[in-house]
Design a binder for this molecule. Structure first.
Ligand code: PRT
Ligand code: ZN
Length: 211
């Protein structure tokens, strides 16, 4: 039996995900431009997917485990268990408004149009704070929305903050702190769980060695 892991096919988590497996002593067969590959020295099959699809695949048990940002995991609201925080892909989901505007707390968002790729998390935040606002879901380049009149404010991922700065926006609320996590399917069998434990043991050793 092989454990199946879903990782991002390309993008910000790809390199670190592959690197982590390598540091765990898991050799991958040539990985470029492939949908899946496997390891010759660990019973692991690797699926390369869009990050957005990973929580669903793991919930459905098409993959047993996966590496994905907490932001995506919580936005998709799927049944998967976080096994381990991985310490890379760190960012935060924040609300940002045009720099020229005053901000007097969440009530300043009342009645605003919010552009975001995270409608579920933003809606949760608004409901919790009793704010009525219009969510405009867009899939990319969220930060340009206020400039082109599509929205008043944005809720987007931030790491260095330079994207917001370049677009004349300032961060006013943080909805979520996020990093890459290892997730697993809700009901793995004993054999699968044993392999997950083995992998997690190695991940923790790698982490320890770095400190
Ligand atoms: O193709 P696929 O769907 O798999 O990839 P994607 O384009 O949806 O995601 P990708 O590769 O951009 O990001 C994957 C994951 O990396 C995200 O889900 C986060 O968990 C994590 N991550 C960490 C980030 C960032 N940092 C980040 N800064 N994801 C996106 N950004 C973007 C942000 O959206 C904004 O456009 O970078 C810009 C802001 O960066 P700063 O440094 O200017 O603040
Ligand atoms: Zn994505």
């Amino acid at each position: 039996m092989k454990l199946r892991i879903a990782i991002q096919k390309s993008g910000r988590l790809y390199e670190d995900s592959v690197q982590l497996l390598k540091e765990c002593g898991i050799d991958l067969r040539n990985v470029k431009d492939r949908l899946k590959t496997e390891s010759d020295n660990f019973p692991l099959e690797i699926f390369f997917l869009r990050d957005d699809d990973i929580p669903q695949y793991v919930e459905d048990g098409v993959a047993d485990i996966g590496i994905v940002g907490e932001n995506v995991l919580y936005e998709k609201n799927k049944k998967a268990v976080i096994v381990e925080k991985l310490g890379f892909g760190k960012c935060r989901l924040s609300v940002a408004i045009p720099r020229s505007q005053q901000y007097e707390g969440v009530q300043s968002l009342q009645g605003k149009r919010i552009a975001t790729s995270y409608p579920y998390l933003v809606n949760e935040f608004l409901a919790k704070n009793n704010i009525q606002a219009e969510i405009h879901e867009i899939s990319g380049s969220v930060e340009i929305a206020p400039g082109i009149g599509l929205a008043d404010v944005v809720a987007d991922l931030v790491s260095s903050g330079s994207t917001l700065l370049m677009n004349g926006l300032k961060e006013v609320e943080t909805l979520l702190q996020s990093q890459a996590v290892l997730i697993r399917n809700n009901d793995l069998n004993a054999e699968q769980q044993k392999l997950v434990d083995k992998l997690v043991f190695r991940i923790r050793s790698v982490k320890k060695a770095k400190h």
